[in-house]
Design a protein around this ligand. Structure first.
Ligand SMILES: [Zn+2]
Length: 112
């Protein structure tokens, strides 16, 4: 997937799948009383990887493998970069809004 967005003389481009949400890791103890995770110092289970995000309006957590977590991270990184660029573009477009008297984009409308 290669996408170009052209707006306000700026080109936003991203290549590859994107993913919202975030990846987190956790280590934990179990229910077995004499397990190494109860020792001092404890040797916890894990590392477990989780993706957390919103699917259909619901906050969702998925347990994923280390490999899948790495791929999620790549996609999330791409998504956040795209978000930052869109936010930049939003700030620029508000500074150049049609109601701003000195807006560069309103040259044609001014002198009539
Ligand atoms: Zn344990």
């Amino acid at each position: 997937m290669l996408v170009y967005i052209r707006a306000m003389k700026k080109r936003i481009e991203f290549d590859g799948p994107i993913l919202p949400g975030s990846v987190s890791t956790a280590r934990s103890t179990c229910g077995k009383p004499n397990c190494a995770c109860k020792a001092t110092p404890p040797r916890l289970h894990g590392t477990y990887y989780r993706w957390t995000g919103v699917i259909d309006g619901k906050r969702t957590t998925k347990t994923i493998s280390r490999l899948i977590a790495a791929e999620c991270q790549r996609r999330i990184k791409r998504f956040r970069k795209l978000q930052r660029e869109i936010e930049q573009l939003m700030r620029k477009s508000l500074a150049d809004a049609p109601w701003m008297p000195e807006a560069k984009g309103s040259k044609g409308r001014k002198s009539r």
